[in-house]
Design a protein around this ligand. Structure first.
Ligand code: ATP
Ligand code: MG
Length: 267
């Protein structure tokens, strides 16, 4: 594989080219292209129904696009959801997606089990964590929970977790595999302003936290959050990219203002 693309740039950690998705008669994504360079935080914003989650689902392998290509580090790839971690990719979902029968600590450790190629099903079935790998995963999970300030909830089951704590558990589960690309769908959804401040700090630390450079693709409704943490922003409306650029460029883009005034802010 070439080490640079035709523009002479290093291959992006993630690159999408001309992605198209339809649901029956609805065009959810129409020729969407974007790059997530290594070490960059790239935000995807847009009004309700713009296609953000659809795009996220394409990258996670939940949806097969009708058109377009996806590359990871310059190589065409579209890993199935259960193989993402092997490609250094982890995600949190728009909801929480925690395993209801596992404690907070076990949920986080389960994220490592996949990356260590230990049988993930052991975690799902609640089988004893007897192996060295699983012990290491539990130790790493406990350290992450402590780092996030939620160590006291390690033994709690998801229904007992306050919502902001559960969101942090979901993020810790994605981070424990030390991914080089992390995908976040609406991490601020349902959080109050204090928790969003916490999240802002956390997201800012993501690119340099862990063993090397990490890229982030952040799908988010909260315009203020996305503007404050992203290096680059792509704005979708009705499935099309209507603007792409730095936060300052996006803030002053008339098409973006029109999309938002015609959409959620008028509601
Ligand atoms: N499974 C589906 N079947 C049919 N239509 C769908 C499906 N998923 C999404 N859509 C439609 O595709 C379009 C894009 O939806 P998507 O959920 O990607 O938007 P979004 O930008 O994530 O919105 P939100 O901000 O509300 O989360 C919408 O018109 C939506 O109704
Ligand atoms: Mg969505």
């Amino acid at each position: 594989m070439q080490s640079t693309d035709t523009r002479g740039e290093l291959p992006a950690r993630l690159e999408l080219t001309d992605i198209g998705v339809r649901f029956g008669g609805i065009v959810a994504l129409d020729d969407v292209s974007l790059r997530v360079p290594a070490g960059a935080v790239v935000g995807i914003m847009g009004p309700n129904g713009a296609g953000k989650t659809t795009l996220f689902n394409v990258v996670c392998g939940f949806l097969r696009p009708r058109t377009g290509t996806m590359t990871l580090d310059g190589t065409p790839r579209r890993p199935a959801p259960h193989r993402l971690v092997r490609h250094g990719v982890a995600r949190t979902l728009q909801g929480l997606g925690l395993f209801g029968g596992l404690t907070a600590l076990e949920n986080v450790a389960a994220g490592a089990a996949r990356s260590h190629r230990a049988p993930f099903v052991n975690g799902l079935l609640g089988l004893p964590y007897g192996t060295r790998t699983n012990r290491a995963a539990r130790t790493a999970a406990a350290a992450l929970l402590d780092e996030f300030g939620i160590g006291a909830y390690a033994g709690a089951l998801p229904p007992a977790l306050p919502y902001p704590v559960a969101k942090k558990v979901a993020l810790a589960r994605a981070l424990i595999s030390d991914p080089t690309l992390i995908l976040l769908d609406e991490p601020a959804g349902g959080l109050d302003s204090t928790d969003i401040e916490d999240l802002r700090t956390l997201i800012r630390q993501l690119p340099t936290r862990g063993s090397g450079s990490r890229s982030v693709m952040l799908v988010e409704h909260n315009v203020e959050l996305i503007m404050s943490v992203c290096d680059h922003i792509v704005v979708l409306d009705f499935g099309k990219v209507i603007a792409a650029g730095t936060p300052d460029e996006i803030r002053s883009d008339p098409l973006v203002a029109a999309a938002y005034l015609g959409g959620q802010e008028a509601a």
